[in-house]
Ligand binder design. Structure first.
Ligand code: HPA
Length: 272
């Protein structure tokens, strides 16, 4: 099975509006959406106008592509993402990543919201993703022809970009935890028994995104980094019940720190 739409065609359309493509792409997930407001925008395209881009359908995901500068550093920014739980296939939700690669982007920073599993990971904390566990039922490379689908994932998260994020957090005086991200399909949250099982598997946090994008970005040869905002204690890790509204509220509360972290990161990135 091949994807029906060509990433090159969509990339050509973007290039007409935004001719100078930066080397760094940032995907703003829940908890990081507000950073779009700090970008000095050169060009902006709604995802609905881009062939092959699924439209994000979740509150907190606005669905637009921005070319501009964050802290004077050129970035291309995807505000919002689509999720497997919306009914899209893994290949569909990762089409924008293929388009970014076709545009000539070299590095990608993915951001997301997660529930904290490991004791000590608290709402509003940030976690540098060091590795992941994929429990989604579909791999975005499934059905591809050729042998490059047998993708090595030993070092999925680039050590150089990770180091930059650690240095950025230190410079911005933001506590950055490290941990393993476990991806579930959602959209229902987990049961406490599932969370206990995930902890035993080695997961530090749980979320419903990012992993398919990481796989495709690596398949395209991009360097990848990912940062999570802990928006809640995972199910059973506190007395509270889980709600998407609470996830969004905590994400908003962490916005200022998220912005500071990313601004410092892009500065260090630009220095090389
Ligand atoms: N579980 C899964 N996805 C999430 C969570 C969670 O607790 N919080 C934010 N995204």
């Amino acid at each position: 099975m091949q994807r029906a739409l060509s990433p090159d065609r969509t990339a050509a359309q973007i290039r007409r509006i935004c001719p100078n493509i930066p080397s760094l792409a940032v995907i703003l997930g829940s908890g990081f959406a507000g950073i779009a407001g700090a970008v000095e925008i050169d060009a902006e395209i709604p995802c609905s106008g881009l062939p092959g881009f699924p439209e994000p359908g979740t509150a907190g995901h606005s669905g637009r592509l921005i070319c501009g500068k964050l802290n004077d550093v050129p970035i291309i920014c995807l505000c919002g993402r689509s999720h497997f739980y919306e009914g899209y296939t893994a290949a569909e939700i990762t089409f924008p990543i293929r388009v970014l690669a076709a545009l000539g982007v070299k590095d990608i920073l993915l951001t997301n919201a997660v529930g904290g599993i490991r004791r000590g990971l608290r709402p509003s904390d940030f976690m540098l993703v060091t590795d992941h566990i994929n429990l989604l039922p579909e791999n975005p490379l499934r059905g591809m022809v050729g042998t490059d689908k047998f993708l090595d994932m030993t070092i999925a998260y680039d050590p150089g970009l990770r180091d930059l994020l650690v240095r950025a957090a230190r410079a911005a005086k933001i506590r950055l935890r490290r941990g393993v991200y476990l991806a579930v399909a959602g959209p229902s949250y987990e049961t406490p028994a599932e969370i206990r099982a995930f902890a035993r598997l080695g997961a530090d946090a749980v979320g419903m995104s990012t992993v398919p994008e990481v796989i495709v970005a690596r398949h395209c040869g991009l360097r990848v980094a990912a940062i999570s905002c802990i928006t809640n204690f995972a199910a059973g890790r506190s007395k509270d019940l889980l709600s998407h509204a609470d996830v969004l509220i905590t994400g908003e509360m962490a916005q200022k720190a998220a912005e500071k972290l990313l601004k410092t990161f892009v500065r260090l990135y630009a220095k090389g």
